[in-house]
Write a protein that binds this ligand. Structure first.
Ligand SMILES: [Zn+2]
Length: 400
């Protein structure tokens, strides 16, 4: 059984009200760290260099550690966090802190608020006699920009079948936000995501997030685009999916010009298998008002490293740009899970509309045309001539 949701939470400025690490360095170095932080925020230096330099600047002065501890013990948490964590416990959703901050101050603050048992992945620093000696054990495994890439951590910690929710506020949350399926953002992160035209839920407190999480779970939300909610298959979509598959218009290019024509028992049997399938994510597509639009499928990579996803829309929603929008999210979510996977689609060579759409998404024809013959038992089904189109993953060198 796969957990439907995993929640990853930033620490500084998200769990805490203040951006504690940044403020701490600024306060105790009389703002000598400010130029390097501003250079980081403008993208001039990476976070590893920024944090390393901040520690060097810190160690140039002699800092009274008791004053640092007093400052840390004064920090307050964002309203609603305790209640939010209790709710997650009841839902058996395990939260995980991902931070580019240092363990010595994060651990101290969490313990002082009786949250010392929260799991976290952070950078490490020895804090002795007022001096900070940093270590970046995760740097080399990540993107080599972040000191501890949160996108990398989400990819390694989240089973591909589960939906990753990320909650953050700053520049260091960008890679996590691009990897996670659903994002809660405020402050700088909200500005960055607006600039990148990425959907997110705005929040001020964890009370806001609790309320939204209730809605998310209710519809089984997995991802979101501007006009489409991608929701996991559940009983509430069963009849709608059945109707979609029985539409001759929808199924004609895959060889079923009168719809699949399946008996109710065959459909029910197949439906049960889909709900148990852990090697693919089946999604019902809805508009923002809850109208059913169609379905999407994120298939896991095969043994050659290629995913074969799918998407079908009800005919009344064709020609409105929704197909492009839906495919864009499906490809984006595949890339977030398996950056190196190639992606294959197999359009009917007569389906010029689909071929044009796939071309606009970066797919290219590869190999010969093939003929698919329907089983004799599928009355009314017709052969289909199709050809593969492929979109290579970021680092894929394989061919099919
Ligand atoms: Zn990164």
């Amino acid at each position: 059984m796969i957990d439907p949701y995993m929640i990853f939470i930033d620490f500084d400025g998200t769990i805490t009200e203040n951006d504690v690490g940044y403020e701490m360095f600024k306060k105790f170095t009389s703002a000598a760290t400010e130029p390097i932080v501003q250079a980081y925020r403008r993208g001039k230096v990476n976070s590893l260099d920024c944090l390393t330099r901040e520690c060097e600047i810190w160690n140039e002065s002699s800092i009274d550690h008791t004053k640092v501890f007093a400052y840390l013990d004064d920090q307050t948490l964002r309203p609603g966090i305790e209640k939010f964590l209790i709710e997650l416990g009841k839902l058996q959703i395990k939260p995980m802190i991902l931070s580019e901050g240092f363990d010595f101050y994060i651990d101290r603050i969490l313990s002082s608020h009786k949250l010392g048992n929260l799991e976290r992945v952070t950078n490490i620093a020895r804090f002795e006699k007022g001096r900070i000696s940093p270590e970046f054990p995760h740097y080399k495994f990540g993107c080599l920009e972040c000191s501890s890439c949160k996108g990398y951590h989400i990819r390694r910690l989240r089973p591909p079948n589960s939906c990753a929710i990320y909650i953050g506020d700053g520049h260091s949350d960008l890679h996590a936000s691009l990897t996670a399926d659903i994002v809660f953002a405020r402050s700088h992160l909200a500005e960055l995501l607006e600039g990148a035209k990425r959907r997110f839920f705005a929040y001020g407190t964890f009370h806001d997030i609790s309320a939204e999480l209730k809605n998310i779970r209710q519809i089984g939300l997995f991802a979101q685009s501007e006009k489409i909610n991608f929701c996991r298959f559940s009983e509430r979509y069963k009849e709608k999916i059945h109707k979609l598959w029985e539409s001759g218009e929808v199924m004609s290019y895959v060889g079923y010009p009168f719809g699949l024509g399946w008996s109710r028992a065959r459909f029910n049997d197949h439906w049960k298998k889909l709900l148990r399938d852990e090697q693919a994510i089946y999604l019902a597509l809805e508009d923002n008002s809850g109208n059913f639009l169609g379905e999407g499928k994120i298939a896991f990579p095969d043994e050659d490293g290629f995913c074969q996803p799918d998407m079908k829309l009800l005919p009344e929603f064709w020609g409105q740009g929704l197909g492009f929008e839906a495919w864009h999210i499906i490809l984006e979510r595949i890339g977030a899970r398996w950056p190196e996977a190639g992606i294959v689609v197999t359009p009917n060579i007569e389906n010029s509309r689909a071929i044009k759409l796939y071309r606009s998404l970066g797919f290219k024809f590869i190999g010969d045309e093939y003929l698919w013959e329907p089983p004799e038992s599928d009355f009314g089904a017709v052969p289909v001539c199709y050809r593969r189109m492929v979109k290579k993953g970021v680092a894929s060198g394989k061919n099919i």
